[in-house]
Design a protein around this ligand. Structure first.
Ligand code: 13P
Length: 250
């Protein structure tokens, strides 16, 4: 059985007071214990929030990024080891906003994935096509390339630790959601590619999340898809009731 997961990517939102308030609200609301709720706040919240959710086996903390090097003279950067030492267990890598605004490419993402794994962080690795690729019917090819370029150097043992998030760029923050048919089609394709490279056991066990305007209204239909194991939620993760409603959508 694959783990059901909803991860809330707060992006660059919430000051420390607002962040702690949101987490306290999340803790107070009922949600299924078999759904892992991952909170991905800005770096400055991680140590605080990790303390708050420490005793909750169905909650965990992720960073939204990490640096590719282990340590050194990289002013303003945050290492995977620092994140891990603050109590986070996960890190989002390859988000389309990092690719777009910070020029992150597959070669860099490969290094980040390696560094994260070496420092006991589980990468939540994001991939997805843009609108142009979807319209040109090149979406499968584009996602396959991202998967191969950034992840297929991993050993089976390493790869099996990952969480994958399919986030079509055209659906992020736009209010446009992939249909359940489009999401299932891509998730199934990604799983088949993993199967070809790493075999059935690993491909069947890896969680693949959907992200892109996923909300309390559409989550049920998306999560009902056989290859959709949960969601990576942006905007709708900023309100406790919405995020928990999504966690209740399996
Ligand atoms: P939205 O849910 O706001 O579209 O963002 C999705 C996302 O980018 C999550 O990482």
């Amino acid at each position: 059985m694959r783990r059901k997961i909803v991860a809330g990517n707060w992006k660059m939102n919430k000051n420390i007071h607002q962040g702690l308030e949101l987490v306290n609200e999340l803790i107070a609301l009922d949600s299924p214990a078999d759904v892992l709720k991952i909170i991905a706040p800005p770096f400055v919240h991680i140590a605080h929030i990790s303390q708050l959710v420490k005793s909750k086996s169905d909650m965990a903390v992720a960073a939204q990024n990490c640096h590719q090097e282990t340590s050194g003279a990289y002013t303003g950067e945050i290492s995977a080891e620092m994140i891990s030492s603050c109590g986070a267990q996960y890190v989002i890598i390859g988000h389309s906003e990092r690719r777009l605004y910070f020029g992150e490419n597959s070669a860099l993402l490969t290094q980040k994935v390696n560094t994260a794994l070496a420092n006991s962080l589980t990468p939540i690795f994001c991939l997805g096509e843009n609108m142009e690729e979807r319209n040109a019917n090149k979406h499968l090819e584009a996602v396959k390339q991202q998967l191969k370029d950034a992840l297929f150097h991993l050993t089976p043992a390493e790869f099996s630790k990952l969480i994958i998030a399919y986030e079509p760029v055209w659906a992020i923050g736009t209010g446009l959601t992939a249909t359940s048919h489009q999401a299932q089609g891509m998730h199934n394709f990604i799983r088949a590619e993993i199967n070809k490279k790493y075999g059935k056991d690993i491909s069947e066990q890896i969680s693949i999340l959907y992200g892109g305007s996923c909300n309390a209204q559409n989550a049920k239909e998306l999560f009902a898809c056989i290859d959709v194991d949960g969601g990576l939620i942006g905007g709708a993760s900023l309100k406790a009731a919405d995020f928990i409603a999504i966690a209740n959508s399996f």
